[in-house]
Design a protein around this ligand. Structure first.
Ligand code: RIB
Ligand code: CA
Length: 303
């Protein structure tokens, strides 16, 4: 798989989980939680922390059409606040994430694209090389849902670049959507953050520091939750551990023009008759206990 990310605290966990359980053949970065310089630096740091030398290529600095908008109020000014992070060992391998994505899709059999930030890079790759739609195994994304977090209707990754999301949801190949409905079930509760801190070595405690910062910030915006959702991990586990999920095949489109609903994923859950053919597997439930155990296993493996 290639992880397209905007680290971001939950992206940082997804990178560790993908490094442990997937054949991770590349990482690309996109502006999202923070500007591209920060998300790229953070991705490089996390890859250093897990001792990974997979290629890292930075991508889009801004959405296709929408203005650049970030979530530094949640993830901090640098996008990964809360812990003393080492300096990255080296810069990204290039600034051409789109070219890297296209080359890898054309040369690698069974490749999954796992975007866990705004979908700008993936949309650009699909537009520049439509042939890759038939070559990849699928796209497993974190985004959307039956409700929003940045607006009542729109989840951040889709809201940040609705036009890109519309392209991805219409690409025609295998698509798995881990939206807020399933991601909110995988929470880093205070007890789970404590269990991360007890992991021997350095990585567990460092991630506990990151989530000790992230958790109260998230709780401020989502007082109904007991912990910080590890949103992006769901998109990775949907590929590496599909049996952990319950989902259904639905028809999903992205609203791009709504005054109040731009960035909404409209999931057509009407009775089958008269409904368009499904284009997306929507994940509804996750075995969050087993999933968190995998997160601890991954952090332990690299600690
Ligand atoms: O809405 C959650 C998504 O926005 C996650 O990918 C998180 O990292 C942020 O990018
Ligand atoms: Ca993300």
């Amino acid at each position: 798989m290639i992880l397209d990310c905007d680290p971001g605290h939950d992206d940082a966990v997804a990178l560790v989980v993908a490094s442990r359980f997937a054949d991770l053949v590349g990482v690309t970065t996109v502006a999202g939680n923070a500007p591209l310089t920060h998300t790229t630096r953070n991705a490089r740091i996390v890859l250093d922390l897990v001792g990974s030398d997979v290629p890292l290529h930075s991508g889009a600095q801004r959405p296709l059409v929408a203005p650049p908008r970030h979530a530094q109020n949640v993830h901090g000014e640098n996008g990964l606040a809360g812990a003393m992070l080492p300096e990255p060992s080296r810069p990204a391998d290039s600034q051409d994430a789109v070219g890297f994505l296209i080359d890898m899709c054309r040369s690698t059999e069974g490749l999954w694209l796992v975007p866990i930030g705004p979908l700008t890079n993936i949309a650009l790759a699909l537009r520049a090389a439509p042939d890759i739609a038939d070559r990849i195994a699928g796209i497993s994304l974190m985004g959307g849902g039956t409700f929003g977090n940045r607006t009542p209707a729109a989840e951040f990754n889709i809201w940040a670049d609705p036009e890109a999301a519309a392209i991805v949801f219409a690409y025609g190949g295998k698509l798995v959507m881990s939206g807020l409905d399933v991601c909110h079930q995988l929470q880093a509760t205070p007890e789970r953050v404590d269990s991360m801190r007890r992991i021997p070595g350095t990585l567990g405690p460092l991630y506990a520091d990151l989530f000790a910062y992230f958790l109260p910030t998230i709780e401020k915006f989502m007082p109904d939750l007991r912990g910080a959702p590890m949103f992006d991990v769901c998109a990775v586990l949907s590929v590496t551990h599909p049996a952990l999920f319950e989902g259904s095949d639905e028809h999903v489109v992205v609203e791009t023009a709504g005054e109040h609903t731009a960035g909404m994923t409209l999931i057509d859950i009407r009775p089958r008759l008269g409904r368009p053919d499904p284009n997306c597997r929507v994940q509804w439930k996750i075995d969050h206990e087993a999933s968190f155990a995998l997160i601890v296993e991954a952090l332990t493996a690299f600690s």
